[in-house]
Every structure is written in structure tokens, then in C-alpha cells.
Design a protein around this ligand. Structure first.
Ligand code: HMG
Ligand code: MG
Length: 301
């Protein structure tokens, strides 16, 4: 294996968007600052989506204005439409992420439009962002199953990933939104996408509903992927994906990557401490093995 993996920390966005109780803006800011101090190259910060749809992230501008930006760290924000892009541009953001899905049923629930409609809506957003020198990540959700449609054909994932790539997205993240994937299917899906998007521009994004996320990452690493999304403490879920559980926990991912001899530049102990800290702030134990071990060894709960 080549020896470097880029870990994209999505906890402040994908993690917190699903929290029922409003998380204080100051807590979000402190979380992002703690994460950027851990050495991540990317900390996905928040979303410029409709506050009617995701009230938890309605404070996006305040969060971005409050964080301490570290040299070399990108803080992408999720953008669903031209309004979201305008908000990102007004804040001077340099990195955005657009999102759609491989299934119409999920996309309608998540963004009130079918997949082709969302691609048409995103095309000018991506074009405008790139013309302004803003980097664009494209997410494809429900790549290994949809909570409303059920099975998702690989060809549908490939079509959407290819469309986002053709539109000009710099990187395409393949999201198992509800965590139903297993390794052989994850590998097949990734390799099919790599036929239309160069592997270095692909990322994998697993949720851990059935405890398969690490196994899925391993098989995708073996297939050549080198960008992996995860969330500190295993935070997360999508408010519009019935049954979606947390993301793969970053600290557990780092433990595996270290064991494989793959470098990330991220301080695993600092991430585990951050998982314990945000767990305390949210009033529950983090959903990660490393946090459980740290607590068993006497770390503060
Ligand atoms: P809509 O209701 O069809 O759109 O929502 P609309 O244009 O009619 O707007 C409705 C209201 O929202 C209007 O306000 C707009 O102005 C406002 P009103 O006139 O009623 O007062 N609005 C906005 N406000 C601020 N920023 C904006 C914005 N856009 C509209 N950008 C829309 C369509 C796409 C806006 C909505 O469905 C939405 O925001 N959806 C976001 C849902 C979401 O964030 N889901 C979670 C992220 S995806 C995910 O988690 C998966 C991922 O992690 C990968 C994986 O795991 O697979 C990425
Ligand atoms: Mg997600």
C-alpha cells in the first residue's frame, strides 16, 4: 500500500447535524478548533443548507466566524444550492461540498428533488465556485443502499459519481449513508466508480450501523482509495435517512491505519481526548472502541 491516507474529519457537520438538542455555537467552535489542532488536513465545519431543514446548523455563519483557522487546514462547508453558495462566498470560504444521492427516493427526502434535478441544480453552483477558485467536493449518498428504495444498483452510483466529476468536482465522496454496506459490495462499488473517476479523486464515507465500517475501509484501501471520511467519537447520522447511525469513529480508523503502517499526520490520542470531550458536552459516551478503552483505563467520563 502507498503509505499516506488523507482523513477527512466530518464530525462537526455530519456528526452534529443529527443531534436533537441544540448544540451551543461555542461548543461547535471549540470542537472544530480542537480537531484542527489534531492535525487533520480537512475538518468539515458546517452546512449552508436551509435552516428549516436542518435547524441544528442554522448558526453556520457564527461558527465559521468564531473558529481559529489553522494554516494548511481546509474547512469545507456543505452547500445544496445557489443560496448556499452565496452564503459560502459571503463568508469568503475556499472549500465547499455539494451533495446528491444514487437513489431518487432518498434525494427527495433529503433535498426535495430527484437525482437528475439535483444534478441540474448543482451544475451552475459547481461552475461558479470553481470559477472563483473554490474547491468542490461532491458527495454521492446511499451508494450501498437506500432507506426508502432498498438496494441501489452500482450503475446508478457510477452514473452520479461520473456526473459530479464531469461537472468539475475535485473529489467525489462515496457515502454509505445508512451503513448497510459490507466489504465485497463496497469494493465492487468503489472499483466500478474508479472506472469513471480517477481513484485519487475518490473518497469513502461509511456509517457504522452494522459494525462494518472498518472492514469496508480496509477493503477499499486494498482497492486503492486513499481518502477516508470519519467523525470523532463516531458522531452522526443524517436527519433524512431513517435508521442512519453514526459515522465510522475517527480514532478507531486511526488505530487501524497506524497498524497498517499508513500515515495520516493526525494525533490519535488527541482525537480520542476530543471524542471524550464532545461526548461529555453532548451528555453521552462516544461510540468508539478507543474512547471505551480510554474510559476503562481511567480517562474522565
Ligand atoms: P426546499 O424547501 O425545496 O427549497 O428545500 P426552497 O428553495 O423552497 O427553500 C425553502 C426555504 O429555505 C426558503 O425559505 C429558502 O429561502 C430557504 P422561506 O422562503 O420559506 O423563508 N433556503 C435556504 N436558506 C438558507 N440556505 C440555503 C437555503 N436554501 C433554501 N442554502 C433544500 C431544498 C435543498 C434547500 C433543502 O432540502 C435542504 O436544505 N436540505 C438539506 C438537507 C441536509 O442538509 N441533509 C443532510 C446532509 S446530506 C448527508 O448527511 C449525507 C452525507 O453525509 C453523505 C452520506 O453520509 O452519504 C453528505
Ligand atoms: Mg454522512
Amino acid at each position: 500500500m502507498r503509505d499516506v491516507v488523507r482523513v477527512v474529519e466530518v464530525g462537526p457537520r455530519d456528526g452534529l447535524q443529527n443531534e436533537k438538542a441544540q448544540v451551543p455555537t461555542a461548543t461547535k467552535i471549540a470542537l472544530i478548533d480542537r480537531l484542527s489542532a489534531c492535525g487533520f488536513p480537512v475538518v468539515e465545519a458546517t452546512s449552508f443548507v436551509s435552516p428549516k431543514w436542518v435547524p441544528q446548523l442554522a448558526d453556520a455563519e457564527d461558527v465559521l466566524a468564531g473558529i481559529t483557522r489553522r494554516e494548511g487546514v481546509a474547512y469545507p462547508v456543505l452547500v445544496p444550492n445557489d443560496k448556499g453558495l452565496a452564503r459560502a462566498m459571503a463568508m469568503g470560504e475556499r472549500h465547499i461540498a455539494v451533495f446528491t444521492a444514487a437513489s431518487d427516493a432518498f434525494n427527495l427526502k433529503n433535498t426535495n428533488i430527484d437525482v437528475d434535478g439535483s444534478l441540474a441544480r448543482l451544475e451552475p453552483v459547481v461552475e461558479q465556485a470553481r470559477a472563483a477558485g473554490v474547491s468542490v467536493r461532491g458527495y454521492v449518498s446511499t451508494v450501498l443502499g437506500c432507506p426508502y428504495q432498498g438496494a441501489v444498483p452500482v450503475r446508478d452510483v457510477v452514473r452520479v459519481a461520473g456526473a459530479l466529476h464531469a461537472m468539475g468536482c475535485d473529489e467525489i465522496s462515496l457515502g454509505d449513508t445508512i451503513g448497510v454496506g459490507t466489504p465485497a459490495k463496497a469494493r465492487e462499488m468503489l472499483l466500478a466508480c474508479a472506472q469513471v473517476v480517477p481513484m485519487p479523486q475518490l473518497a469513502v464515507h461509511f456509517h457504522d450501523t452494522y459494525g462494518q465500517a472498518l472492514a469496508n475501509v480496509l477493503t477499499c484501501l486494498e482497492a486503492g482509495v486513499r481518502v477516508v471520511d470519519s467523525a470523532v467519537g463516531g458522531l452522526g447520522g443524517c436527519p433524512y435517512a431513517k435508521g442512519a447511525s453514526g459515522n465510522l469513529a475517527t480514532e478507531d480508523l486511526l488505530y487501524m491505519l497506524e497498524g497498517l503502517g499508513l500515515e495520516t499526520g493526525v494525533d490519535r490520542d488527541a482525537v480520542t481526548r476530543t471524542a471524550l470531550w464532545i461526548g461529555e458536552a453532548l451528555g453521552r459516551r462516544p461510540a468508539s472502541k478507543l474512547a471505551a478503552v480510554a474510559l476503562a483505563n481511567g480517562a474522565a467520563d
